[in-house]
Design a protein around this ligand. Structure first.
Ligand code: CTP
Ligand code: CA
Length: 229
């Protein structure tokens, strides 16, 4: 049974999350994306809500999902995701970036469907905004800086890459995900992760995405500033 609103260890806290993939269109009917289903992010949203938080999910295209008790802001592209996050992150107590944001988009988007006879010989790509890094810069030095949590989806040298991202993006913690492990990563019901903190702690968690989500939040609760009383 879900906890009543406003009770639990995150009572009254605002948790902002990104979840799902983004789509970067090259014409009205074609896009670049990835296999993310948003399940891990939505499990985190549900876990945070159960712990009493007010949860906003900036959600890429994932199809029909249970939105009960969540504020969901639907977005398609990385640029839209960045805009919706940056307008909200200053008010957040937690920002958790679980979205699989496309790192590139086609440089141009054709206004009409490109016909198959007009095969583009090269597809020029440009970088999208790094939503998490921009959010981190936006709140850097603020007295009410949210706890910043990232994910790292890796296929090799997982912890090394995750640690590097934690430092480069100015995070408090990062959830490292080896997406080559069976039963972890994109689209699965279960996950197996290692949570690294800026303070240097390291913890392995595995189970259903729901269990892992709860484990991540419980592990990270001490990172939040103590109530000012
Ligand atoms: N992220 C983001 N915006 C992007 C790319 C990544 O917000 N344009 C966030 C992800 O949501 C995740 C973290 O940054 O929390 C790390 O994402 P990941 O793809 O693992 O790392 P990148 O920094 O994009 O580096 P690379 O893909 O080269 O490994
Ligand atoms: Ca990336």
């Amino acid at each position: 049974a879900a906890a009543r609103f406003g009770q639990g260890p995150l009572a009254g806290k605002r948790v902002l999350l990104t979840a799902g993939p983004t789509r970067e269109f090259l014409d009205p009917v074609r896009f670049i994306s990835n296999p993310s289903t948003g399940k891990m992010g939505l499990a985190l949203a549900e876990a945070a809500r159960t712990m009493g938080a007010r949860v906003t999910v900036v959600l890429g295209p994932v199809g029909a999902v249970d939105r009960t008790g969540l504020e969901v802001v639907d977005v398609v592209s990385a640029e839209e995701m960045a805009r919706e996050v940056l307008s909200r992150v200053r008010e957040a107590d937690w920002f958790i970036a679980s979205a699989a944001v496309s790192d590139w988009r086609p440089e141009t988007r054709a206004p009409q469907k490109v016909k198959k006879g007009e095969t583009p010989e090269v597809l020029k790509l440009v970088r999208t905004p790094d939503v998490l890094a921009e959010a981190s810069r936006t709140v850097a030095g603020s007295s009410r800086r949210p706890v910043l949590v990232g994910f790292a989806a890796e296929t090799e040298r997982v912890l090394e890459h995750a640690r590097e991202k934690l430092e480069r993006k100015g995070l408090d913690a990062i959830v490292a995900n080896d997406v080559t492990v069976a039963g972890a990563g994109f689209g699965t019901e279960t996950n197996q992760v290692t949570v690294l903190t800026r303070a240097g702690t390291r913890r392995d968690l595995s189970g259903t995405k729901r269990e892992v989500a709860r484990g991540i939040l419980e592990l990270l609760l001490p990172l939040a500033a103590p109530p000012t009383e």
